[in-house]
Design a protein around this ligand. Structure first.
Ligand code: SAH
Ligand code: SF4
Length: 414
C-alpha cells in the first residue's frame, strides 16, 4: 500500500516513517511500545514520523499521544487501508487517529501482495465472540467475521502463482470460519486441496468448541492438510476453565483430542496455557500439569496470567502473587520442553517431506519444516521452495537435523 505511494523499506535509523505494530494481549507486550517510541529519537533530537498500529492502538487510542506526544498516527487493526490518507494528514502537521471497526472493508481495500515465499499466511477470519474473562481480543478485534469464500480462493490461487507451496489459514478463531451458505472451514480446506501447486494446508488458531466433525474428518481425508493442530486449553482445571468462561471443560477437551487422534494418529498437538488465573490453587495448577501429561504436546506456549484493563478477570478477587506465578510457569515450561524434546527425539529415523524455506547459518545448510511443524536443518543443494525427502537423524529441543533421503529435484535436473 505504501509502496504504491513511492515509499520503500529501509533500515531503522534513516526511516522517514516508522510503523510500530503492537500487541495488547498481555501487559508486557503492550508496554513495550512506549519504550520503543522513546528509542526512535535520533541523536540530533529529530525523529521520524511515528505510527502506532495494532491492538494497543485500538485499545488505547487517544491515550497514546497523551502519553507519548511524539506519536503522529494511531491506526487500529481494521483501519490499515486508510493509512496512506493518515500519513498525508500527519505530513501536513496534524495528528491522525482512526480506530473504527468497519468489518470487511479493509480486506477489499488492501492491495494484493507482490511477492511471496514458499510458506504463506492467509487471513480468513478475524475477531472473537467468545469473551474468555481474561482476554482483550473480543474488545480489540471486534466480533467474529469471516472473509467470503471467493475472495479467499482468489487470494490463495494468487499466492500459489507467486510461489507459495504451503498456506496457513489464519484467524483469532479460525475454525469458526463460515460463509454465508453455512459452509465451514473444512469445506474451504477441501477447495484449497484442489488448487494445483499447493502442497500443504495448515490453520491456526482454533478453539475447542469450533472443532466440527467435518474438520476432524478432514484430518483423516485431506492429504494436504498437515498433521499439526494448535488447540489451546489454557488450564486443566474444570473450575478454572469455567471461571475463564472457556465453554469447554477438561474432559470435553480430552475427548476431543481422542477423536482427533483417532482420525489422524500421528497428529502433533500444540497448546496455550495460562498459569495463575485469579483464584488458581496449587491443586488446580497440578491439574494443568496433569492434562499436559495426558495429552503429551509436541509444542506449546505458556504464559503468566496478565490482568487486562476492562476484562472481568482483572476485577476478580484472589489475584495470584507474582512469585507463585513464576514458580508455576517454570514447572509447566519444564514439562512442556521435555515433551517437545521427546517428540523431536521420537521422529529420529523417520523419513519425511520437508519444505525448504530458507538458508541456514552454515554453508550448504538449508532450513525447512516437517509436516509436524518441526524446524529441520539439512545439508542439501535443494533450493528454497522445494519439497524434499529427508531422513531425520538428530533431535534437539527446538529443531531436528535431517539428511537428504532421495536426491532433491534440483539435483535430478542437474
Ligand atoms: N483464540 C485463541 C487464543 C488467542 S490469544 C484461543 O482461545 O485459544 C493467544 C493466547 O494468549 C491465549 O491462548 C492465551 O493463552 C494467551 N492469553 C490471552 N489473554 C491473556 C492474559 N490476559 N494473560 C495471559 N495470557 C493470555
Ligand atoms: Fe481470547 Fe481466544 Fe477466548 Fe477469544 S476464544 S476471548 S481470542 S482466548
Amino acid at each position: 500500500m505504501l509502496a504504491a505511494q513511492g515509499m520503500q523499506a529501509v533500515d531503522g535509523g534513516e526511516a522517514d516513517l516508522v510503523v510500530l505494530n503492537t500487541c495488547h494481549i498481555r501487559e508486557r507486550a503492550a508496554e513495550k511500545v512506549y519504550s520503543d517510541i522513546g528509542r526512535l529519537r535520533r541523536e540530533d533530537g529529530s525523529r521520524p514520523m511515528i505510527a502506532v498500529a495494532g491492538c494497543v492502538a485500538q485499545a488505547e487510542a487517544a491515550e497514546i499521544p497523551r502519553r507519548a506526544p511524539s506519536v503522529d498516527i494511531v491506526v487500529g487493526p481494521q483501519a490499515y487501508h486508510r493509512l496512506p490518507g493518515m500519513i498525508a494528514a500527519a505530513a501536513g502537521g496534524g495528528r491522525a487517529l482512526d480506530t473504527d471497526m468497519p468489518a470487511q472493508t479493509k480486506f477489499g481495500a488492501l492491495p494484493a501482495r507482490r511477492s511471496q515465499g514458499p510458506s504463506a499466511f492467509l487471513t480468513v477470519q478475524e475477531g472473537c465472540d467468545k469473551f474468555c474473562t481474561y482476554c482483550v481480543v473480543p474488545y480489540t478485534r471486534g466480533a467474529e467475521i469471516s472473509r467470503p469464500w471467493s475472495a479467499i480462493l482468489d487470494e490463495a490461487k494468487a499466492l500459489v502463482d507467486m510461489g507459495a507451496k504451503e498456506i496457513t489459514l489464519l484467524g483469532q478463531n479460525v475454525n469458526a470460519w463460515a460463509d454465508v451458505d453455512g459452509r465451514g472451514l473444512h469445506h474451504l480446506i477441501a477447495a484449497l486441496d484442489r488448487i494445483p501447486g499447493l502442497h500443504r494446508i495448515r490453520y491456526t488458531t482454533s478453539h475447542p468448541n469450533d472443532m466440527s466433525e467435518g474438520l476432524i474428518r478432514a484430518h483423516a481425508d485431506v492429504e494436504k492438510l498437515m498433521p499439526f493442530l494448535h488447540l489451546p486449553v489454557q488450564s486443566g482445571s474444570t473450575r478454572i476453565l469455567k471461571a475463564m468462561n472457556r465453554s469447554h471443560g477438561r474432559d470435553s477437551y480430552l475427548r476431543l483430542i481422542e477423536q482427533i487422534r483417532a482420525a489422524r494418529p500421528d497428529i502433533a498437538v500444540s497448546g496455550d496455557f495460562i498459569v495463575g488465573f485469579p483464584g488458581e490453587t496449587d491443586a488446580e495448577f497440578a491439574e494443568t500439569l496433569g492434562i499436559v501429561a495426558e495429552v503429551n504436546y509436541a509444542q506449546a506456549y505458556s504464559f503468566k496470567y496478565s490482568p487486562r484493563p476492562g476484562t472481568p478477570a482483572a476485577a476478580m478477587d484472589q489475584q495470584v502473587a507474582p512469585e507463585i506465578m513464576d514458580e508455576r510457569l517454570q514447572r509447566l515450561q519444564a514439562l512442556l520442553n521435555e515433551q517437545q524434546h521427546a517428540f523431536n527425539q521420537a521422529s529420529v529415523g523417520r523419513r519425511t517431506d520437508v519444505l525448504i524455506e530458507r538458508r541456514g547459518k552454515k554453508p550448504g545448510q538449508m532450513l525447512g519444516k516437517s509436516p509436524w511443524l518441526q524446524s529441520v536443518h539439512v545439508q542439501t543443494g535443494a533450493r528454497i521452495g522445494e519439497i524434499m525427502e529427508v531422513e531425520i537423524v538428530s533431535a534437539g529441543p527446538n529443531s531436528v537435523g535431517g539428511r537428504a533421503a532421495a536426491p532433491a529435484l534440483a539435483e535430478i535436473a542437474a
